[in-house]
Design a protein around this ligand. Structure first.
Ligand code: ATP
Length: 328
């Protein structure tokens, strides 16, 4: 492998997701394997601007593969959105002799990385870390699988109380623009209905469907709602509508919120993070830049950052049909 790079850096940026630590570990250890010095940058682009980074060796990432969150901390940096801020960041990495950067984050973080590359001709590589699975160029983002397991676990627990009291639960899960979490966990958790941003079920159809469930003998119901569902009502307004239009229903709401982002990464996410970390570093060492590492057909593939940012992920229509059939 041609290897002119001697020093790389890694940072985590935007919202945290399970598996980020495993990816940091993989980047650091791949650098060590190839005899490259690796810097960990704290607080995302904020730390880059402030020169808040330190050398990490293979041992400094021990015991973190199973930890949620990110040991490097994450941040949203207003300063990095300005030319002045990015110039400061460039001065900092230049002074430290850093010649390439691995950015673990979402599409906002990738946009920052792309602009940084354009302005300073600085090699960058992205690893998609977000639970929403809303990034083009990978079948799975880091943290998605763990979040699915966390949500299914929560749905199972809520169903216990729902069936004990003959209740209807609306459970809100993350997914402002995409319904991947809602669709998958709705099927896995046996939800009667799943409301996602990509599909407009319509309030009347929802009420009809719940009525049918009740008359067919169901004693409890779960409706999984993505934050950004097409009906456009927030989950409490939905509850109110159903309260007013369905008699004899004891409706409750549960908003799962930030717990979906936490916890130990699943086996799948740890393996994915390890593969992505290796691919990101080795791609930079091969002289490649401005790509995102992704999983496509179970292979590590590179997608230009620009496409990863602009491309839209599509909901799996087969899963939609499966969920329709399952709620019969
Ligand atoms: P999440 O999926 O959690 O939203 P994200 O990476 O999309 O993660 P953002 O807050 O959108 O999170 O972006 C993270 C950081 O990337 C921002 O705080 C900012 O520092 C940088 N960034 C985003 N957009 C730009 C931009 N247009 N120019 C420069 N930097 C940017």
């Amino acid at each position: 492998m041609p290897n002119r790079i001697k020093k790389l850096a890694v940072l985590t940026s935007g919202g945290d997701s399970p598996g980020m630590n495993a990816a940091v570990r993989a980047v650091v250890r791949t650098c060590a394997y190839h005899g490259i010095e690796c810097y960990g940058v704290y607080r995302g682009y904020e730390g880059m601007i402030d020169g808040d980074f330190q050398i990490m060796d293979a041992r400094s990432v021990k015991g973190i593969i199973n930890k949620g969150g990110t040991i490097l901390k994450s941040a949203r940096s207003k300063r990095f959105r300005t030319k002045e801020g990015r110039e400061k960041a460039f001065q900092q990495v230049k002074e430290a002799g850093i010649e390439g950067l691995v950015v673990i984050g979402g599409d906002g973080s990738f946009t920052g990385a792309m602009i940084f590359n354009q302005e300073f001709d600085f090699p960058v590589m992205g690893i998609p870390g977000t639970i929403d699975n809303d990034i083009f160029g990978t079948s799975h983002t880091l943290g998605f699988d763990t979040a699915l397991n966390t949500v299914v676990d929560a749905i199972d627990k809520i169903r216990d109380t729902a069936s004990s009291h003959n209740r209807l639960f609306f459970i809100e899960v993350m997914g402002r623009d995409v319904g991947h979490i809602a669709l998958n966990t709705g099927i896995a958790g046996g939800a009667e209905e799943i409301l996602i941003p990509e599909e407009d079920l319509g309030l009347d159809r929802l009420v009809d469907s719940l009525n049918r469930s009740r008359t067919s003998g169901k004693t409890s119901s779960i409706v999984v709602v993505a934050e950004g569902d097409k009906i456009g009502k927030n989950i409490f307004e939905l509850k109110e509508y159903v309260d007013q239009n369905l008699e004899d229903y004891d409706v409750r709401v549960s908003v799962l919120g930030h717990m979906q982002r936490g916890g130990a990464p699943s086996c799948f996410d740890r393996v994915l993070a390890s593969r992505m970390g290796v691919k990101a570093v080795e791609s930079l060492l091969e002289g490649k830049t401005t790509y995102m590492v992704g999983l496509l057909n179970n292979k590590m593939e590179l997608t230009p950052l620009d496409n990863a940012i602009k491309g839209k992920t599509k909901i799996n229509l087969e899963l939609l049909r499966v969920s329709d059939i399952m709620s019969t």
